[in-house]
Design a binder for this molecule. Structure first.
Ligand code: ZN
Length: 132
């Protein structure tokens, strides 16, 4: 993954964080955030951590945590490596689903197992197949 692609994935994570926040809060006026820079991503992040009144469902909390972890992982060299087989995860796939830690192949294997266990697919799988 080159620097530009990494930036795109980072932007996508910020956008997802921002969407999650918008859905659950009345955004505070930017003036209250005390930000000197007007960068959209900075504003989104600051607002996210500033606002303690976020009311999130458990699922949304998990998504929030995943997105924050993905941001941290983005700084690591092996961010785009599948944690199962070590193969590179495509940028296209990361842009569609930046919190994924599996390549498509491993994800499909995983889903198969999950489907066997629960007898149904989850939303993430539907998302994945849309973008691949
Ligand atoms: Zn894999």
């Amino acid at each position: 993954m080159n620097a530009k692609e990494k930036e795109e994935v980072q932007r996508k994570i910020y956008q997802d964080l921002y969407q999650l926040q918008l859905k659950n809060t009345k955004p505070k006026p930017i003036s209250e955030l005390n930000l000197s820079s007007g960068d959209e991503a900075d504003v989104a992040m600051a607002a996210l951590f500033y606002n303690e009144e976020l009311v999130l469902s458990n699922r949304e909390k998990a998504t929030l945590r995943d997105l924050q972890n993905a941001l941290k992982r983005l700084e690591e060299k092996d961010f785009d490596s599948c944690i199962e087989c070590g193969q590179q995860i495509s940028v296209k796939r990361l842009l569609a689903n930046p919190i994924t830690q599996f390549c498509l192949q491993c994800k499909e294997e995983l889903e198969k197992t999950k489907e066997d266990l629960y007898g149904q697919a989850n939303n993430e799988k539907i998302n994945d197949s849309l973008y691949q």
